[in-house]
Design a protein. Structure first.
Length: 591
């Protein structure tokens, strides 16, 4: 066989003339060896040539393999669609405690051609994985019915992989992937949210700050939340206890630092485990704190009375006619506990008078009231980054009837975050500081926008404190702490009509109320959706009997974590009013 004819036969294209010359020289060497009768030299040369050819082939394969391993990106874990899973940084609370991380997991891929009995493989896999999702079962059936290698299920732990591997079945393959894990399971689940199978944030903080989390993952870092897990745990425990006792359809709780806007805890009941988010009821995944709106009832009187005082339309001692129900445009406004006598603005607040609050709102007028409500953040979506944040439901017309209803928490619906942000702004000295899920640097306080004067802020703190001392919030009192708060009970609607059998009960609290206007203060709010009454509440469904005691229990538990010390002698509301204000106390809000 002539070597000169070898390249065309094996399909090798010679790149240079020099290589041709070299092969021709080898051919001449073979001819010389035959002419000289030295066949062994001819054989040695041929063996050397074949060895060189195979060596070149294997060297090329080795270079290709090394290049693929180092530079092709195939070592990255693969997502469901075959794309590399995005690496995500850890999530921690404000104290560095872990809330979300990545751990090596595995995905099961089956090549049906390699299986000897597909029905047996199906049954064996299902026995080894009894908790496989419905979607995983469907993929298993589909893959075994075809002839192509395909993905079946991902997120397998090492133990699950071992169970499947020990079956010793042909056709089962495992590929390593990076899976998102939530070690606290359902604790703070609505705040943290979750990432999807492709490593992208899909809900909660994971979605809101997806870019920051991925950037932290690339740098090997972590992203902290403003949440304090100690506070979160206490809030969730007490919220679940009262929600279970009252057999509610839903409940929410939130704790904020009103000076910085930091959300220290946020809970929605019922909750879910983001590691097994397909296992529970879909309604449990709704973040009711940010994503559901309610008519809030009498907690809105905080906003209306603050606006009336700050606008100068009324003073704390202004006497309001509450001697009889208020009749307007085909409707009558009544008080739940009617006093049937004129009352001061202070008494209107303490007795939670719908009639009195409506008359204060009428003195302000529609435009002034809207301006204040807008400055309190009640007319816009709460922008804390969460995609779940719902916009408020607002009236089309702000006529006299609407103004009256809105003044005591009807005719418009907002989220609990709206209430927390607005009340916090009134009680922190009068600055609207947007709520945030990111921690604020220690010692730093956002300036915020001035919405009411410090005088108004201190007056409202006093009213809140008085309401716990001797008003509807008495059951929120905690010995050793100056707690202030306001109840709210609102009837719900069925088929467009008021349904007196279904109510929403809420209590919003601020503590401590004593101290200078710029003192550290915290807001605690609990809302119960359709409480039914219980032995603990004396059969009552109202906020003062259901939500207020739960708020008191939360405050008792979280105060040590927040550095709020118990005092042997707590200042009364009157004594706290005498405390000095700061230099900008005369600055006013909207008029």
């Amino acid at each position: 066989m002539s070597l000169a004819g070898l390249p065309p036969r094996i399909g090798v294209r010679l790149p240079t003339r020099r290589l041709l010359d070299w092969i021709q020289s080898l051919e001449h060497a073979f001819e010389r060896a035959r002419a000289e009768g030295k066949a062994e030299n001819d054989t040695r040369v041929r063996i050397l040539l074949v060895s060189c050819l195979f060596g070149l082939i294997f060297a090329g394969l080795a270079v290709g393999a090394i290049r693929a391993a180092l530079f092709s990106g195939l070592d990255a874990p693969l997502g469901r669609g075959g794309a590399p899973v995005l690496q995500r940084g850890d999530l921690t609370d404000r104290n560095g405690l872990l809330m979300a991380t990545n751990l090596p997991h595995y995905r099961l891929v089956i090549d049906p051609v390699e299986t000897f009995d597909r029905a047996y493989v199906r049954n064996a896999v299902l026995r080894a994985m009894p908790d496989i999702s419905a979607a995983g079962r469907r993929r298993l059936e589909r893959v075994l019915a075809g002839d192509e290698r395909a993905f079946v299920v991902g997120g397998l732990t090492a133990a699950q992989r071992a169970r499947l591997h020990d079956l010793a079945l042909g056709g089962l393959h495992f590929e390593e992937e990076d899976a998102r894990v939530y070690p606290l399971e359902d604790l703070a689940s609505h705040v943290v949210g979750f990432a999807n199978a492709d490593g992208e944030g899909a809900a909660g903080f994971e979605r809101a700050f997806d870019a920051d989390i991925r950037a932290a993952g690339a740098d090997g870092g972590a992203v902290p939340l403003s949440i304090d897990l100690r506070v979160q745990g206490a809030l969730e425990t007490e919220l679940e206890a009262v929600a279970t006792d009252q057999r509610v359809v839903g409940a929410v709780g939130v704790v904020t630092n009103i000076q910085t806007g930091e959300i220290l805890a946020m809970a929605s009941y019922p909750d879910f485990d983001p590691n097994r988010r397909g296992a529970g009821d879909a309604s449990a995944m709704v973040n009711r704190v940010a994503g559901q709106v309610w008519e809030m009832g009498s907690t809105f009187k905080i906003f209306s009375i603050a606006a009336g005082l700050d606008s100068g339309r009324v003073d704390i001692d202004t006497v309001i006619d509450t001697g009889s129900p208020l009749r307007m445009a085909g409707r009558t406004i009544n008080d739940f506990h009617a006093q049937n006598r004129p009352m001061s603005v202070e008494e209107v607040f303490l007795h939670s008078s719908n009639v009195g609050t409506s008359r204060v709102a009428a003195l302000m007028g529609s435009q002034v009231m809207q301006d204040y409500y807008r400055s309190f953040g009640l007319l816009d979506r709460q922008r804390i980054g969460l995609a779940e944040s719902a916009a408020p439901l607002l009236p089309r017309r702000w006529d006299a009837n609407t103004v009256a209803s809105a003044s005591f928490g009807h005719a418009m619906a907002v989220t609990p975050l709206h209430v927390a942000a607005g009340v916090g702004a009134i009680m922190n000295g009068g600055r609207y500081v947007p709520l945030t899920l990111r921690p604020v640097r220690p010692g730093r306080r956002p300036q915020g926008q001035r919405i009411v004067t410090e005088v108004t802020s201190m007056r409202m703190l006093r009213l809140m404190r008085l309401n716990v001392e001797r008003g509807s919030g008495r059951r929120a009192a905690v010995e050793g702490f100056s707690v202030g708060g306001k109840t709210g009970t609102a009837e719900k609607y069925t088929n467009g009509r008021v349904d007196r059998t279904r109510v929403t009960s809420s209590f919003v609290s601020v503590f401590p109320t004593e101290g200078p206007v710029n003192a550290d203060r915290y807001l605690v709010m609990i809302l119960l959706d359709e409480p039914r009454g219980s032995e603990a509440s004396g059969g009552a469904r109202t906020a003062g009997m259901t939500a207020a005691p739960a708020v008191g229990r939360v405050i008792r538990r979280i105060a040590p974590f927040l550095g709020v010390e118990r005092r042997l002698e707590v200042l009364s509301a009157s004594e706290a009013e005498a405390l000095p204000l700061s230099e900008d106390a005369s600055l006013a809000g909207p008029r």
